[in-house]
Design a protein around this ligand. Sequence first.
Ligand code: F6R
Length: 622
Amino acid sequence: MCGIVGVTGGTEVLPNLLDSLGRLEYRGYDSAGVVLGAAGLPLWRRRRAFGTKSLADLAADTGTAPPEATWGLGHVRWATHGRPSETNAHPHTDCSGRLALVHNGIIENYLELGDHLSALGHQMASETDTEVLAHLIEQRMSEGAGLEDAVANSMTELRGAFALAVVHADEPGLIVAARRVSPLVLGRTEGSAMVASDIPALLGKADEFFVLDDDQLAVVRPGSIVVTDSNRNEIPLQPRVVEWDLQAAERGGFDDFMSKEIHEQPTAIADTLLGRLLPSAGSPPAYRALHLDEERLSDEELRAVDKVFVVACGSSFHAGLVAKHAIEHWARLPVEIDVASEFRYRDPVLDSNTLVVAISQSGETVDTLQAARSAAAQRAKVLAVTNVVDSSMARESDAVLYTRAGPEIGVAATKTHLTQIIALEILALYLAQVRGLFYPSELAMLLGALGSLPEKVARAIERGGEVEAVAQRLAGVRNFFFLGRHVGYPVALEGALKLKEISYLRAEGYPAGELKHGPIALIEPGSVVVAVATRTPLWEKVLSNVAEVRARGATVVLVANEGDDETAALADEVLWVPAADSPLLAPVIDVVPLQLLAYHLARAHGNDVDRPRNLAKTVTVE
Ligand code: F6R
C-alpha cells in the first residue's frame, strides 16, 4: 500500500503535492518523493527515505525546485519490493530521466519484464517492481507511441495491481493515469486537475471528483480529464458526491481507524495473496502452484527442515496457533509454539534443520526479536512473518514473508492478524508443496479456497450491523468466556484478547474441552459464553461443550455458518459467517464477528478504540 498524487495546472503545484502527501501518509511513510515539470526544463525530482520523517525531510529540501513548475507527481511509500531507501523511493524514471512515474500496487511479472527490458539495453537503478514500468513505457515510446498510447499498451503487458501516474518532460501539463485493482480518484477545477489514491488527498482542492475503474486510463490536463476504457473508447465522466470533512476523510469516512482497518481486511488479504498463487492458463484460471517472492531460503533448505518452532506475542501468537495446525496437517512437520517471551528462557532444542517462524506485525517486538536472535545463535533457520519491510526482524532473518496489510494505526491488531494467518497458511502449503505432499488437484482446490477468502471476509464484515445489535444487548455484561476447539481455539483466544484490550471487560479464552476440568465452576446464570461453532472438524464436540454451559444457565453466543439452523438452535445470539471452503481457513472468517463484537462493546462503553489505555502498538521492552 502506497499513496500517489499528481497535480497539473495552477501555480501551487509543489505545496499542493506536499499537502496531499501529508494526507496520504497513513498509506505509507518509509519514503517520500516528488517530481515537478516546468515547460522547457528537465524534470526536477527529490526523494527521501527517513521513515516517519521522510515527508518532512523532503519538504525541507525543495529550495531548488523550479518556481515555474506547472505539473508534478508525489508518492509516499510502504515498501513491498526493495527495502526503503532513496534509490527505491518513487517517482521512478526511465533511462533518459525525462519520463517519471509513481505507482501503488504490485507488478507480479516485473522480473520477467525487467529481464526482457534489460536485454534491450534498459538500465534499472532500483530493486523495485515499479521502475520496470518506467522502462516499459519508455520502450513503447521509442517504438513510436505517444505517452498515452505507450501507457495503454504497457497496461496490457502487466500482471498484478497498479494505480499509476506518469509524466514526461516533453509533454508539458500532461499526466497519464491508469489503474487495475489499486484505487485511483480524479479531481478537477476550472484551471487544474489532480489524481490521487483517495479522496482525502484532494479535499478542498477540487470542485468535482471522479473514480477511475479497473483497466481505465485517464488523460489529465489543467481543467480537463478524459477517461477511456481498455479499448480506448471514451467513457463519460460521472462526478461523485463527497460529503466528508478532512478529518473523517483521513479515516476513509469511518469513525476511527479500527473500523476502517477491519473494513480494509478483504483488500489486505487479497494483497497478501497477490503474486503468491500462480494461476494456470485457461479460463477461468485455476491456481496450480505457490510462489514465495521474498524467500531467501532455498527449496532445498526448506526440504531439509525436520522441525518447526513458532514464536510470537499477542495476536501474532494466535495466528501462530493456526499455523501449527496448518503446518502439521499439510506439511506433516512437527511444530512447537511458544509465546516469544518464554521461548529463549526454556532452553529449546534447535539445530540447523529447525525452522523458527517469528511472527510480528511490527517486526520490532523485542520479545520476538530476541527469540529469533537466540534461535539464529543456535543455527536454526529463521523466517520472519511481518508487515513492516526492513523492520529489525525482516533484516535479521534468513527469510521474510511479508503481510501486505498496509500501515495499521489502531492499537488493536485486526487486518495484520488476518493477513498473518494468510501468510502462514501460504507458508504451510508451500512447505507441503516442496515436500511433494500434494496432488496437483488437492493443491489447486486449497489455493482456490484461499482465493475466495477476501469475498467471504467482506460478507462477514457486511453483517456488522447484526453484531452491533448483539453488542447492544450484551452491553451490561462484565464477564465473558470465549470457547473454541481445533482452529476455533485460537479464534476464541483472539476474540477474548480483542475484548479485553479495547473494552476493558474480563474475557477468558479456553479450549472448549478444557472447561470441564475447572473453569466451568465459574459458569452461573448470567455468564456469557461466546463459542466458535462453525463447521470445523470438532464442531459436534463444541456443541456438546456449549450444551454443558447452557445447562448451567449461561447466555450463549455462537459464531455459526450461515444457514446452520442446527447450531443456531443452541444459541441465545448468533454471529453468522460464511463457511470457509477448507476447515483450516475458517479462522480468517470466524474471527471477524469477534473483532466487531469487541469493537461495538468498547464503543458502547464509551472507550477510545484506537488508543486503549495502558497499551502501545509496538512493545519494545521486555
Ligand atoms: C493485540 C495486539 C498485541 C500484538 C503484540 C505483538 O491486538 O496488538 O497483542 O499482537 O504486541 O505485536 P507484534 O505483532 O508487532 O509483534
